[in-house]
Design a protein around this ligand. Structure first.
Ligand code: AMP
Ligand code: ZN
Length: 494
């Protein structure tokens, strides 16, 4: 359904600093790239917020009927500690500590990331390329930038020549920084580095002997610069110019600024039409961050096994809480705020579940069509999820008012109201009805136990008491009690 023909979506474009009407390059189809995680540790809830912000964007674009190619990379090489420029490679550091191959570290934390995203009911991207899978393309683009005169080689490493680039283009258009000011504010001594200028950034780095993630290139055995992978993977899968590029606010400079410079330097085209930046999740008022230790892991949040909250919160509640702030606002985690969200979420779901009991009338005292459009209006306004959620609460209020007889609704309007609640709660926000999924899990469990009871009956009929006792004892250990009665065996959960 081409809903996008009836809706006018606007997106806040970080480069123009304005909300702009969204017009894709190709009608009906969208290319979107989002910087993925650097897989050297478990993703924390701050990382999750950014990825969930873009899951909302992805879901809404699809809901509008667009065909979306969503590319989100896995950074498995090249992202050095200091904005990708110098220091250790955290993947190698972790490999040393955990006594693993670097690729085992990568695999371990990629799997963790996927599991967490699935727990949050986020859709996987259409393509998930890795930096190490695109070394050849990265070497090609470095050669290209050198040919265009915007990069130079020194001692086996290749650097982007920011001064030269700035003569023909403008470096700093995304972050609003000015090269002269950057130079004036730099204390780093150029003489200590191979770089002509401290602002220059690495496209290719010669590997030190201890750097074991290394590939041959025309310049040295080494590894690609961090910014380069996103330029390569976005343009390879989405073309030299594509619609949306996203990432956390902290990636705007230097990462995204460098991406623009690299793309322009190699093919003369500004790569991205709409830049979107998601704001930070904070804890105790400070940015959630792995390096400072100020973070909380999703699984500790779900289990309640942490000192900050001391009680478990379901993934869908955490997600609902995150969506109660617009993606461009800073959001602080606190127990009070999460508890309020949990209550709100339960209220919303109670109302949704009670739709089945609503009695319809000949006419409606409520304008459901207008209310449905206001849900779209919220999302059309730069994915304003808190306003959408407020509208969904309006929907819940309608339901309760019809139930208590203070409002009336026709069958047709009731169906539209139900459809709208479903569309936005499940399809767009990607929330999950916890009561229903718990019931489903319960159902699966009881089917499994019934099967084990049948197997035990069979073992007993065959006088295989070893097996039948084992089934009973193991189930007991798992907290499941079997009771033999004259009508067969029943079970209870402790
Ligand atoms: P990294 O793995 O460090 O490259 O980060 C992955 C993504 O998480 C990037 O888009 C970051 O901008 C984002 N991110 C990191 N910390 C936070 C935070 N506290 N709140 C929201 N997003 C974050
Ligand atoms: Zn990136």
């Amino acid at each position: 359904m081409k809903r996008y023909e009836e809706q006018e979506l606007t997106i806040y474009n970080s480069i123009s600093k304005k909300k702009e009407k969204f017009v894709p390059i190709n009608e009906g189809a969208i290319g979107m790239y989002v910087c993925g995680p650097t897989v050297y540790s478990n993703v924390h809830l701050g990382n999750c917020r950014t990825f969930l912000s873009f899951d909302l964007v992805f879901r809404y674009l699809k809901h509008l009927g667009y065909k979306v190619r969503y590319v989100r990379n896995i950074t498995d090489a090249g992202h050095l500690e200091n904005d990708g420029e110098s220091g250790d490679d955290p993947i190698l550091k972790k490999a040393r500590i955990e006594q693993l191959e670097p690729m085992e570290v990568v695999q371990k934390y990629t799997v963790d990331f996927h599991n967490i995203m699935k727990t949050f009911n986020a859709h996987p991207p259409s393509i998930e390329p890795t930096a190490t899978g695109h070394i050849v393309e990265q070497i090609q683009i470095v050669e290209n930038i050198i040919e265009q005169g915007y990069a130079y080689e020194k001692n086996g490493s290749v650097y982007f020549d920011v001064m030269k680039y700035n003569e023909d283009h403008k470096y700093g258009i995304l972050s609003g920084r000015n090269l002269e000011d950057m130079i004036a504010n730099t204390r780093e001594l150029a003489a200590q580095s191979d770089k002509k200028n401290p602002q220059d950034f690495a496209l290719w780095k010669k590997a030190d002997p201890e750097h074991i993630m290394r590939w041959p290139s025309p310049w040295s055995v080494g590894f690609p610069g961090w910014h380069l992978e996103c330029t390569v993977m976005s343009t390879k899968y989405l073309g030299n110019q594509f619609d949306i590029h996203g990432g956390g606010m902290d990636l705007k400079f230097p990462h995204h600024e460098c991406e623009i410079a690299q793309a322009e330097a190699s093919n003369g085209q500004n790569p991205v039409n709409y830049w979107m930046h998601a704001n930070m999740l904070t804890l105790n008022g400070k940015k959630m961050s792995k390096s400072t230790g100020n973070f909380i892991l999703p699984r500790d949040m779900f289990s309640g096994d942490n000192d900050i909250f001391n009680k478990p919160f379901a993934p869908t509640v955490v997600k609902f809480f995150m969506y109660q702030a617009q993606y461009r606002s800073i959001l602080d985690f606190s127990k009070e705020a999460l508890e309020a969200s949990e209550k709100g979420f339960n209220r919303l779901m109670d109302a949704y579940r009670s739709i089945g009991g609503v009695k319809t009338s000949e006419s409606s005292s409520i304008d459901v069509t207008r209310w449905r459009q206001s849900c779209y209006d919220a999302m059309n306004d730069d994915f304003n999820s808190p306003i959408l959620i407020a509208q969904l609460f309006e929907g819940a209020k309608f339901i309760n008012s019809v139930l208590d007889g203070s409002e009336i609704i026709t069958e047709k309007d009731l169906q539209l109201l139900k459809q709208t609640m479903q569309d936005f709660i499940f399809d767009v926000l990607g929330l999950v009805d916890i009561a229903e999924s718990t019931a489903q899990d319960g159902n699966k469990l009881s089917e499994t136990i019934k099967l084990l009871i049948q197997l035990r009956d069979k073992a007993r009929a065959n006088k295989d008491f070893e097996t039948s006792d084992k089934i009973r004892d193991e189930l007991q250990k798992a907290g499941i009690q079997l009771k033999d009665g004259k009508d067969g065996t029943t079970f209870s959960l402790n």
